[in-house]
Each structure stands twice: as structure tokens, then as C-alpha cells.
Design a protein around this ligand. Structure first.
Ligand SMILES: NC(=O)c1ccc[n+]([C@@H]2O[C@H](COP(=O)([O-])OP(=O)(O)OC[C@H]3O[C@@H](n4cnc5c(N)ncnc54)[C@H](O)[C@@H]3O)[C@@H](O)[C@H]2O)c1
Length: 351
């Protein structure tokens, strides 16, 4: 079996490429390390690609740009894959405002390039698209909330499901480009009958995230705590909440989608209530592990930032009953701390 994984150097793409290669798939990975262009040297995902090439004989890397329509058509025509996982993106809410053309070209047009290539060369192949909860814009902030000592929470709601409107709210440039891609993916499912799944991620995380301030909140806050770098909390008293899901659990879900594909369904994807954490709670958790985070507080929140976002996983669980979350919060955080501490020790030794 053959798969194409875009963004194969990134957090989710590298996990999916590894999982598939280890399960005997031939994997063509597409990544041009554009994350380095977005976020500078610390954002590079070249090490993940090098690791895949060195350890996974079934992995082949294609340093291609998903914006290159003809290159994508040639790749799909040559590979005729049985499965596509599309994770390549400009992933930052905050970054997008300064690079709106690049953001839209990668997130929206790049996704269209892949969908059309899939329709023309492998329309039966399940296609997973990593969308985002930012398609709901700032609408989650209109839900009634209660303020607790260390976090905000919903008043009488467990989590957000897919019935929330994506319309008439503030999205950010990133949220808008992802809406375009999200709706286009649904359309290729509904209009062309293709097995395209749309997964609206909350906070997707894991040790191989190339942590930068503008994307990858948990990996970045751990990086700061471990290296002694000051962190900045933007607004909401540090009580903003996110649900965390490990990249391993995301990759396993995509494999379940391959086994039981649906045409054009959208799902909220996160760690759910059990894996939800506020910034103040993250600081406390790191302190119990021996890492004291030094931080500054700025009153102004990031524009359109969610105050509390916890995914309702009901639809996912009902459509993919064999899928279970394997990573709870302590395990997620411990893994990231382990990786960041090892990397800090390596830098101190000049490696
Ligand atoms: N990590 C999260 O918290 C989160 C949350 C919600 C949604 N998502 C979505 O999940 C997906 C994966 O996120 P991630 O955290 O793994 O991102 P990431 O930045 O770690 O990985 C994305 C990869 O795509 C590559 N890429 C970017 N532009 C490209 C282009 N034009 N051509 C080829 N490759 C290109 C980058 O170099 C990078 O390696 C993205 O679509 C993102 O929007 C992520």
C-alpha cells in the first residue's frame, strides 16, 4: 500500500509517516521546510525529515511545495496512492496577518491542488485533512463561562461539537484560509463523493514539535521552562484553556479513518475534557516536575484567541469506536519535557 503524507517533517506529518512506514506502507513524504521560512531557524523541521530518511527504509522524501500545482499532479500521477494525509500548512493564527498571500496560497490553494490531483488520479483513496478549531473563529468566546481559581470553564457544557456555526465571527487570516480549505474538503466529499475527512484540531502536540512562540503552545512553554527563557502570557489572566492531544493519537485516528472512510464529514479533534489545561495549570504542573517557568503577563489577549476551548469528541467516538486516546496529560507533558531537556543538555554540550 502507498501513502502520500504532506507536511511530513511537521509534528503530525512526521508521526503519520513513521506510523505508516512502520506498518509496512510505502510513504512518499512532501515537505519543503517552509516552516523555517515562516518562523526562522528554530522552526525548521529538517531534523524530523532526516530522522525519517535515516530510520524508515519505506519512507521517500519529496522536497516539493504543495503550491506547485503541476508538481502535485505529477506526484499523484506517479504514486497513485491508496491513502493521503494532508498536514502541510502555514499553521499560525498570529503569523498569518503579516503573510496573508503565503498563508492563503499554502492553506487554501495548496489544499485545492491536492484535492484536484486526488480526484483525477486516486479518487477512491481516503484523504485526511488537518483543519483547525479556528474555523469556529471567536464564536466559542460567546459561550457562557465560569471563572475558577486557575481556569475558565463552560457553564453547563462539556465541550464544543461540530454544530457550532463557522459564520459571522472573527476568524483571523489563518482561520479564514483554513475555512476555505475545510469547506473545499467537505465539498470534494459531498459533491464528488470522495472519501475526504476533515479534522478540526484543537491543540495537537508531541515531542517532535519544532517549538516556536507563534505555534505549538505546549512544546514552547515547556521549552521556556526547561531552558530558563521567559514566557509571555497574553491576557485572560492565564486562565485560557486548551485540550491537548498527542500526535500518536491523531495518527491512529487517521488510520481508523482509512479503514472506515466517510465522504466529507467534519470532526472536532482534541484531547477532550480529561486532557484540558489552562496556562496557570501548565505552570503548576511544570513546577511539580521541577521546572519553574518565569513569565511576564500582558493584559491584552491575542486577537480572536479562544478563552476556553475543549473539544466534544462524541462524533469521533461514535464514527470510530475502535479509536481510543492513549495519551493522558501527564504522559504528554512528561514526553515533551524529556525531549526538551535532552535537547537543552545537547546544546549545553555544544552538540
Ligand atoms: N499543532 C496544532 O496545535 C494544530 C492545531 C490545529 C490544527 N493544526 C493543523 O494540523 C496540521 C499540522 O500541524 P503541525 O503542528 O504538524 O504543523 P507543522 O508546522 O509542525 O508542520 C507543517 C509542515 O508543513 C510544511 N509545509 C508548510 N508549507 C508547505 C508547502 N507549501 N509545501 C510543502 N510543505 C509545507 C512545513 O515545513 C512543516 O514541516 C496543519 O494543517 C495545522 O494547521 C495543528
Amino acid at each position: 500500500m502507498k501513502a502520500i503524507v504532506t507536511g511530513s517533517g511537521g509534528l503530525i506529518g512526521s508521526e503519520c509517516a513513521r506510523m505508516l512506514a512502520e506498518e509496512g506502507w510505502d510513504v512518499a513524504g512532501v515537505d519543503n521546510d517552509m516552516r523555517r521560512e515562516f518562523f526562522g531557524p528554530q522552526g525548521t523541521t529538517a531534523a524530523n525529515v532526516a530522522w525519517l530518511e535515516a530510520t524508515q527504509p519505506r519512507y521517500r522524501h519529496a522536497r516539493l511545495d504543495i503550491r506547485d500545482r503541476q508538481a502535485m499532479r505529477d506526484l499523484f500521477a506517479a504514486e497513485r496512492p491508496d491513502f493521503i494525509i494532508h498536514t502541510a500548512a502555514q499553521p499560525s493564527h498570529d503569523k498569518a496577518a503579516s503573510i496573508p498571500y503565503d498563508d492563503f496560497d499554502v492553506n487554501a490553494v495548496g489544499t485545492l491542488n491536492l484535492l484536484v490531483a486526488a480526484r483525477d488520479f486516486c479518487p477512491e483513496a481516503p484523504f485526511c485533512f488537518t483543519s483547525t478549531n479556528k474555523v469556529y473563529g471567536d464564536r466559542p468566546n460567546s459561550l457562557p463561562l465560569v471563572e475558577k481559581e486557575k481556569r475558565y470553564d463552560y457553564a453547563g457544557l462539556d465541550g464544543i461539537d461540530e454544530s457550532m456555526s463557522i459564520d459571522h465571527c472573527l476568524h483571523s487570516v489563518f482561520g479564514a484560509s483554513k475555512v476555505a480549505a475545510d469547506v473545499m474538503c467537505q465539498e470534494f466529499g459531498r459533491y464528488f463523493g470522495m472519501p475526504v475527512g476533515v479534522f478540526r484540531g484543537g491543540c495537537l502536540t508531541g515531542p517532535q514539535h519544532a517549538a516556536v512562540e507563534l505555534h505549538g503552545y505546549l512544546a514552547y512553554i515547556v521549552h521556556c521552562a526547561v531552558t530558563g527563557k521567559r514566557y509571555t502570557v497574553y491576557g485572560y489572566k492565564g486562565k485560557q484553556v486548551r485540550d491537548q492531544i498527542h500526535s500518536h493519537d491523531v495518527a491512529r485516528l487517521f488510520l481508523e479513518f482509512f479503514r472506515h472512510p466517510r465522504a466529507g464529514e467534519a470532526y472536532n479533534l482534541g484531547g477532550g475534557r480529561a486532557n484540558s489545561l489552562s496556562i496557570l495549570e501548565t505552570v503548576d504542573m511544570l513546577a511539580t516536575m521541577g521546572y519553574r517557568l518565569e513569565y511576564d503577563y500582558k493584559d491584552e489577549n491575542r486577537k480572536g484567541d479562544h478563552i476556553c476551548y475543549i473539544s466534544d469528541l462524541g462524533k469521533l467516538r461514535s464514527d470510530f469506536p475502535a479509536w481510543k486516546l492513549e495519551y493522558g496529560l501527564p504522559r504528554i507533558v512528561a514526553e515533551i519535557v524529556g525531549r526538551q531537556a535532552a535537547s537543552a543538555a545537547g546544546s549545553a554540550r555544544g552538540q
